[in-house]
Design a binder for this molecule. Structure first.
Ligand code: NIG
Ligand code: FE
Length: 409
């Protein structure tokens, strides 16, 4: 397939590297360009004045006026869940906080009840529809966490659903074990007992079935302490699971420093960052990941992206798609929030949502950029003059078509 007369192809590079600081504001593009796809991969691209005659044997699609972008790499989601929590949404409108609802036994635990009742097949069917919808909106790689089962059988059920999605979906999927998401009711008065269960029972069983790539914890006051989080993550590391951490969502609690200490792949959320947290992340190699939709939905403050970027850090952006704090898998909306509320430039926000997201889920060698041999996971927009006009026209849907592995979704 040959796309011709493309107004601009963004994200064109000759290699993929994680972008930090000032590099994030550069999003290279080709103007008046062509792009050839062979099978499921990007074969070649260039400008129209240098289109080889031999290329024109292909199925040609005229993309006049349109932009081509690499599909999004959404490196933090909880899309495998059952039920929904609109009633909490209304409680929050009336003034309740996320922490109030969790303390009253709602929140994560109400989704846990729904997940425990659902069969593996039911969970698969409802989650598959969400993943389909995300692909239609332009997502081309996805990380999915467990964490709504909170006992061995139900965590295994969630991770097996993720495995089925991985087998069936045409996009790269990474699986994360998040048994330490909340304390289940059985262990309300024996938190150490639950931590020991996660370490002694769940991690070995999950590793044995090869069900997870990463291990995550919700490290937060009222949830897992820094010490408990450390023990759980270290146990995961012993089984080959690299840490990711829900860090500094509700407070600056030492979770960022734990991520640095353990060489986590990413620390995610970061709504509550003090200058020491930013300083400690510098030169650590840990990828800070912002989840703007969760901050928006909970009316929380946004991560201090400007201070982080100006300090030389790189950022990834992900949706956090989950029924409690971010019931949406729309990366466009997250990019708009990043630009408008976090003062990231459109180039910074797109890089955070594509190439840096790819690094935060270790798929950057085949996804997140327009590069020779990479997966043909692309977004073809409506006719649009430039990248900047996408977050500018907030709430509009720029997608004309999405291509995954060389096929239109
Ligand atoms: O990333 N903070 C913890 N976990 C999720 C929310 C999960 C839920 O409320 O169901 C998050 O925001
Ligand atoms: Fe999350």
């Amino acid at each position: 397939m040959l796309l011709t007369n493309i107004h601009r192809i963004y994200g064109v590079r000759d290699r993929s590297s994680f972008l930090r600081g000032k590099e994030m504001d550069k999003l290279p593009y080709l103007e008046n360009a062509w792009l050839r796809i062979k099978g499921e991969r990007i074969e070649a691209f260039g400008t129209m004045d240098q289109l080889p005659a031999t290329m024109q044997d292909a199925w040609i699609i005229d993309a006049s006026g349109r932009l081509v972008l690499p599909a999004f790499c959404d490196a933090h989601t909880h899309v495998v869940f059952a039920g929904s929590r609109e009633s909490e949404f209304v409680q929050k409108i009336r003034g309740a906080t996320y922490a109030d609802i969790a303390a009253a036994g709602g929140g994560i635990l109400s989704t846990m009840q729904a997940v425990r009742k659902a069969s593996e097949q039911e969970l698969f069917e409802s989650s598959w529809l969400r993943v389909r919808r995300m692909m239609e909106q332009g997502t081309g790689a996805l990380e999915i966490k467990s964490g709504y089962g909170l006992d061995l059988a139900n965590e295994l059920k969630l991770l097996r659903v993720i495995r089925r999605i991985r087998e069936q979906a045409p996009i790269p999927i990474r699986a994360t074990f998040l048994g330490a998401h909340a304390f289940p009711p059985e262990y309300r008065n024996d938190r150490e007992g639950y931590v020991n269960r996660v370490i002694g029972e769940m991690i070995p069983a999950i590793a044995k079935e090869g069900l997870a790539d990463y291990i995550d914890v919700f490290c937060e006051q009222g949830f897992f302490s820094v010490d408990q989080s450390r023990r759980i993550l270290e146990a995961g590391i012993k089984y080959g699971l690299r840490p990711k951490i829900h860090a500094n969502q509700l407070s600056s609690s030492g979770a960022v420093q734990l991520g640095v200490e353990l060489g986590a792949l990413s620390v995610d959320h970061l709504e509550q960052m003090n200058p020491e947290d930013i300083g400690d992340l510098k030169d650590s190699g840990v990828i800070p990941t912002a989840l703007p939709g969760a901050a928006y939905f909970l009316r929380a403050s946004y991560p201090p992206a400007r201070a982080m970027l100006d300090a030389g850090l790189g950022l990834a952006i992900a949706t956090d798609y989950n029924p409690g704090s971010a019931p949406s898998g729309n990366m466009w909306f997250n990019i708009q929030l990043a630009c408008i509320q976090m003062r990231m430039t459109p180039a910074e926000a797109f890089n955070a949502a594509t190439i840096n997201g790819a690094w935060a889920m270790e798929v950057a060698d085949h996804a997140g950029s327009i590069l020779h041999g990479y997966l043909a996971n692309l977004i073809l927009t409506h006719p649009i003059p430039n990248l900047e006009s996408i977050p500018y026209a907030f709430g509009e849907n720029p997608v004309h078509r999405v291509m995954i592995r060389g096929m239109w979704v």
